[in-house]
Design a binder for this molecule. Sequence first.
Ligand code: ATP
Ligand code: MG
Ligand code: MG
Length: 539
Amino acid sequence: GGRKPKNNKGGANYNIGLPNADKGVVTRFPPEPSGYMHIGHTKAALLNDYFANEAFDGKLIVRFDDTNPSKEKQEYEDAIIEDTKRLGIKIDHITHTSDYFKEIYEAAEKLIKLGHAYADDTDPEVQKEDRKNRLPSKCRDRPAEESLAMLKEMRDGTDLGRKHCIRARIAHDSSNGSMRDPIIYRFPNWQGKEPAPHHRTGWDWNIYPTYDFACPVVDSLEGVTHALRTTEYADRNEQYHWFLNALDIRRVNLWEFSRINFIRTFLSKRKLTKVVESGKVRGWDDPRMPTVRGILRRGLTVAALREFMLKQGPSRNVVNMDWNSLWATNKRLLDPVVPRFMAVDKENAVLAAITGGPEAPYTEERPKHAKNPDVGTKLVRFSSRILLDQVDVATFAPNEEITLMSWGNAIVKDINKDASGPIKDIGLQLNLEGDFKKTEKKVNWLAENEGKLVEAELWDFDYLITKDSLDKDDDLEDFLNPVTETMTLALCDANLADLKEGDFLQLERKGYFRVDKAKGDGPEGRMVMFKVPAGGSKQ
Ligand code: ATP
Ligand code: MG
Ligand code: MG
């Protein structure tokens, strides 16, 4: 890894600086493999990737923080790696805290020998009270040999060992609560469940290091130069540095960023699992889920996510972001490059018979994007029988001049409708000399096409909850949004038959969509498209 910034745009682009980066940059993203990656994690992952691979010519380690065997699974590890790839993140190494269990154990032994840690069998409740009252543990001055012997008992999982934990001997009376002799080794909390083997080390270890202890030790051992942490760990920075000093191992810079939350969105693994298991959503990749899979499937682009997250930079404010600003970033990137097509609502299409139009249907090559020729061309079909949207036709007055998009003006003639029912068909008199600047209504339309129009399901989604921010005590069930998806059937331009899953498009006057299932792959062979929120005042 080089020492210089990789390009001089890096950093300046987003106004994020990294102190002490002159001797090289190694960052790490430390997910716990206990769930799927969600939008909050992407901020951490993208910032780490930015420093390692964009602003500097450094390295990024993905380190699974696997010190909690009751929650962790290989399946989650695999999913997290896949998701970092989806995000275009370049990983240099994949490691595990468990790869260092031996070294971390030895570090604990070293601390004990140096008089910096001790084995404690104080009742957890008493320990908590003592910590609150800044009182020393009765075991605080235990001889090192005794604590070392107890560490061994713990490791062996003996009955005596099971009554103990290992605590760092820092300062029981510190004004900083995290310095009051924190626990560094403990037995896992099985939370009432049967003990389970660690998904990588099996039954090798009965005890596991706490995150607070493992993190500085492994950061130092792995050559991490800059450890990025969310601001709620700020109180623990002092403790982090204390461990490195006490062990006298390579020092690491800490760099803080704020946790990100979004309105009407919950990120807790427990709640996310609940909506998946209850069937409220169709899985972890459901477009209503704030998981990486969900948001990308909904139509968020990686470029927009990256720009949005990096723009938050080193801001210290923990905010409840509005999805609209993220979707607006996305739209700004999509709009100039996605092809445009026309479609009409299938159930309410109105047939228009055109006079003065073509004798026989014909096709003409037209740009897929009026302002960007790079998007390519499509064949547009013109015919004297076209379909319009009922909502548009309902506003037409007799003899009104309207504009058929990408064709020209027409004058409304006969409007056939029952007294109360919808309009069945209308007559239009083509008026290609007419000035489209003078018409008030520019409408989308589609030529009848002998069964070749593509039938598509257009899905639109809403937030899963009705409250901007769930409080800790709120019951998820009380705030679940009853209706979170709607679907309409559309008849679309035959050109859509060429689109593949994951393609983006704009349907004129209907919005941006992401193809979830290509033609032939959805229910009854229909195409399936998800509406991409455009980020206006209402999404
Ligand atoms: P934490 O350990 O911070 O409570 P977590 O348990 O939800 O997060 P982890 O897998 O431990 O998830 O997190 C991996 C990384 O992502 C950590 O660096 C963590 O701080 C960061 N992270 C998690 N949630 C958010 C969020 N909402 N905003 C920003 N970063 C986050
Ligand atoms: Mg965690
Ligand atoms: Mg957490």
